[in-house]
Design a binder for this molecule. Structure first.
Ligand code: PLP
Length: 498
């Protein structure tokens, strides 16, 4: 029985309540979506990488109130094509060379679609046996691919930021005498100040982890770097010693293999030794460059990685898996489980010897992210992935050589992987040089075919070009270089006339 909207009196049922859209409609829409995506990926290079739109423009083109009545899927897909696709910054574009370039590859997109179809919530093994076991398997495949010992086991989070937060939580759990899980940190006279160390160039996600865990930003010691932007191990040793003398308790070092600005690799072996001596957890943030470690020659740049307690690498950055997909590998997963496992009655099962992924982090529900990574690893194979990584690094090397050979430009840091830091060096005072480079970047990006980003190194404005998209080929990098040189000539002209 339902009630009439007019008089509120009961009226007889007129039929079953509506369910999902009919299967025939779904099938037709999915066929169309397959065509749309294939066309998009084939032609994405025709768009400007960053859309030429103003803030608010997308929203204004859409209805402000929700639809009261059902709308045909075809019409919604038309709007997607008309408004959403062109209003997007195209991370799948071959000219996307900003930040760390990424790719939603064909196999990855298919995996994402299939995962959406299954709609598994793998909080427990029982609620997602295949999802749980595939997650463990693909993490172990990656472990083998980057040559880590067998004791490492992994799971998948959304992002490296989450993984680093979990790593710091595990590091804080390890000194059992602190009893943080039970007693917390607030108002305790018996608890020394816990300190964490990372280089000046470590990612901002480490600051966020320190904030979130209540460690406090001032207890995240930013250790100075050497001339190649690598954490200075001697300075780390000194900082730890100083903190001990002051009665603080060093618990963790976050080393980076592939820093965000320059992709420098901290001296992992030396840092691991300090961590062992000082009983500190070693977390390695290899969010970007961890992918390159599947090639032995790049893995060799990360000597000591195998001594870490935890490592994060992002297949969604440089292993061609659609965002989000971040793999965390732990030598001591049990400590992470101890930090987070809470099992209320309604989540208790009788399964033994199974992994319940909810135990290894903050979230309960979890997406089936392993499926897309499994598809990518199988469809490209290790050899195929290595070939692509090497191609990208080769392109970056060639770009760096062009910059080096060009008067009026300089390289600003070593480029061990696929990211190059460089800038124009016009004969101007330092501040004006920075403004020159800012204008240069704006000019290059306004053109449309490429998108670069910037950073600051030793307080100087520096441009960054990074290669990580599967569709980027030599001609796109050459085009970027031509656009940079053209913009350089224009900005030089303006400077001469002002
Ligand atoms: N760590 C490093 C070294 C990074 O470069 C980045 C992002 O570029 C992150 C962590 C954060 O990654 P995510 O977006 O997965 O949190």
């Amino acid at each position: 029985m339902s009630t009439s909207a007019q008089d509120g009196k009961p009226r007889p049922e007129t039929g079953t309540p509506p369910g999902d859209i009919p299967p025939t409609e779904f099938r037709a829409a999915m066929h169309r979506v397959a065509d749309m995506l294939a066309d998009y990926l084939e032609n994405v290079g025709r768009y400007p990488v960053v859309p030429h739109i103003s803030p608010g423009q997308v929203r204004e083109a859409l209805t402000a109130t929700p639809p009261q009545e059902p709308e045909p899927l075809g019409q919604i897909l038309d709007d997607y094509q008309r408004l959403i696709e062109p209003g997007t910054t195209h991370w799948n574009h071959p000219g996307f060379m900003a930040y760390f370039a990424i790719t939603g590859s064909g196999p990855g997109i298919i995996g994402e679609a299939l995962a959406a179809g299954l709609n598994v919530n793998a909080m427990l093994w029982r609620t997602g046996p295949a999802a749980t076991e595939l997650e463990e398997l693909v993490c172990d495949w990656l472990r083998q691919m980057i040559d880590l010992p067998q004791e490492f086991r992994g799971h998948i989070n959304d992002t490296a930021s989450t993984a680093s937060l979990l790593a710091l939580a595990a590091a804080r759990q390890r000194p059992r005498d602190c009893a943080i899980r039970q007693r917390g940190m607030a108002g305790r006279n018996d608890l020394p100040v816990l300190t964490v160390y990372a280089s000046e160039h470590a990612h901002s996600s480490i600051d966020k982890a320190a904030i979130t865990l209540g460690l406090g930003l001032e207890n995240l010691r930013r250790v100075r770097v050497d001339e190649q932007y690598r954490l200075d191990a001697r300075a780390l040793r000194e900082a730890v010693a100083e903190d001990r003398v002051a009665g603080r308790r060093p618990i963790c070092v976050v080393a980076t293999a592939g820093t965000t600005s320059t992709t420098s690799v901290d001296p992992l072996r030396l840092i691991a030794q300090i961590c062992r001596e000082e009983d500190m957890w070693l977390h390695v943030d290899a969010a970007y460059a961890g992918a390159a470690a599947i090639c032995p020659e790049y893995r060799a740049l990360m000597e000591g990685l195998e001594e870490a307690d935890s490592i994060v690498l992002n297949p969604h950055k440089w292993l061609f898996t659609p965002i989000d997909c971040s793999v965390m590998l732990l030598r001591d997963a049990e400590t992470l489980r101890e930090a987070f496992s809470v099992v209320p009655e309604y989540l208790r099962t009788t399964d033994h010897d199974v992994t319940n992924l909810m135990d290894y982090g903050v979230q309960l529900g979890r997406r089936f992210r392993a499926l897309k990574l499994w598809m990518v690893l199988r469809a490209f194979g290790v050899n195929g992935l290595q070939e692509r990584i090497r191609y990208h690094c080769g392109l970056a090397g060639e770009f760096a050589r062009w910059v080096k050979a060009e008067a009026g430009f300089e390289l600003c840091a070593p480029a061990p992987f696929s990211t190059v830091c460089f800038r124009a060096v016009p004969e101007l005072p330092a501040k004006q040089q920075d403004r020159f480079n800012e204008r240069l970047l704006a000019e290059v990006n306004a053109a449309g075919p490429v998108f670069l980003s910037h950073t600051k190194l030793r307080d100087r404005y520096v441009l960054r070009l990074t290669i990580g998209n599967l569709r980027t080929r030599r001609e796109h990098v050459a085009q970027a270089w031509e656009l940079i040189r053209g913009a350089h000539a224009r900005v030089s002209g303006w400077v001469r006339h002002t």
